[in-house]
Ligand binder design. Structure first.
Ligand SMILES: Nc1ncnc2c1ncn2[C@@H]1O[C@H](COP(=O)(O)OP(=O)(O)O)[C@@H](O)[C@H]1O
Ligand SMILES: [Mg+2]
Length: 210
């Protein structure tokens, strides 16, 4: 299973979600490779801080990623690609490389508008590789109506790239865990961030059933 966490916009939580899904898959006993396509190298930096060696990480800042990844897919159960924040050949290659495209969107009108760019890329490539796509709302503020407005606005994409029912909320644990190289489930196992991350992981697992 190759999952690309991507958006052409920066700051939406691509790296945060990619590393937390990688941790969940590793905790689930899967052999995990984290692929960083962002020249900033945040996922690589996360791995560098991580004490456990249960996640391999490589930087592949390449527009041939969709070809080169094949070499790795036999050796790993789960490959998580953290796909950088702009629409370029590298981003397109990361979309083309996956079985499941996960698009994090923040609950704001600007972010809903910006999601259209990544969705256009997904729709262009999807017929060629048959991947599935899902959106996930991230950094939702608990008890606000903004997220339900965003959900309504995103409903127009329902047929192409449906919104997952699980949302991730704005929680300190997502920031604090990173500097230890930990996922939120390790940093604060009984916290709410851990709870929603586990549900998100399970929801994705059910989609691909592997
Ligand atoms: N659910 C969340 N709750 C709190 N902070 C978050 C959450 N998701 C991401 N962040 C923070 O938002 C910022 C951007 O997230 P990041 O994962 O780096 O985005 P991207 O990789 O899309 O640029 C970081 O400071 C990160 O810690
Ligand atoms: Mg990032």
């Amino acid at each position: 299973m190759i999952i690309t966490v991507g958006n052409t916009k920066g700051g939406v939580g691509k790296t945060t979600i990619a590393v937390n899904l990688a941790v969940e898959a590793a905790r689930d006993g899967k052999k995990v490779l984290l692929v960083d396509t962002d020249p900033q190298g945040s996922s690589i930096a996360f791995r560098a801080e991580r004490e456990k060696d249960d996640i391999r990480a490589i930087a592949l800042v390449s527009d041939k990623l969709h070809k080169d990844i094949k070499e790795f897919s036999a050796a790993f159960d789960w490959i998580v690609i953290d796909a950088g924040g702009r629409d370029n050949a590298i981003f397109r290659s990361a979309v083309a490389a996956c079985d499941l495209f996960l698009l994090p969107v923040l609950p704001s009108q600007f972010d809903v508008w910006a999601a259209a760019d990544a969705i256009a890329v997904f729709k262009e490539i999807q017929p060629f590789n048959g991947m599935i796509g899902r959106m996930v709302l991230n950094m939702v503020r608990p008890n606000t109506i903004v997220s339900s407005e965003a959900q309504e606005a995103l409903a127009v994409y329902q047929d192409d790239i449906p919104l997952l029912s699980e949302q991730l909320h704005n929680r300190v644990a997502y920031k604090a865990s990173i500097s230890n190289g930990q996922g939120v489930t390790e940093y604060e196992p009984s916290g709410k961030a851990a709870e929603e991350t586990i549900i998100l992981y399970k929801e994705l697992m059910q989609l691909k059933n592997n």
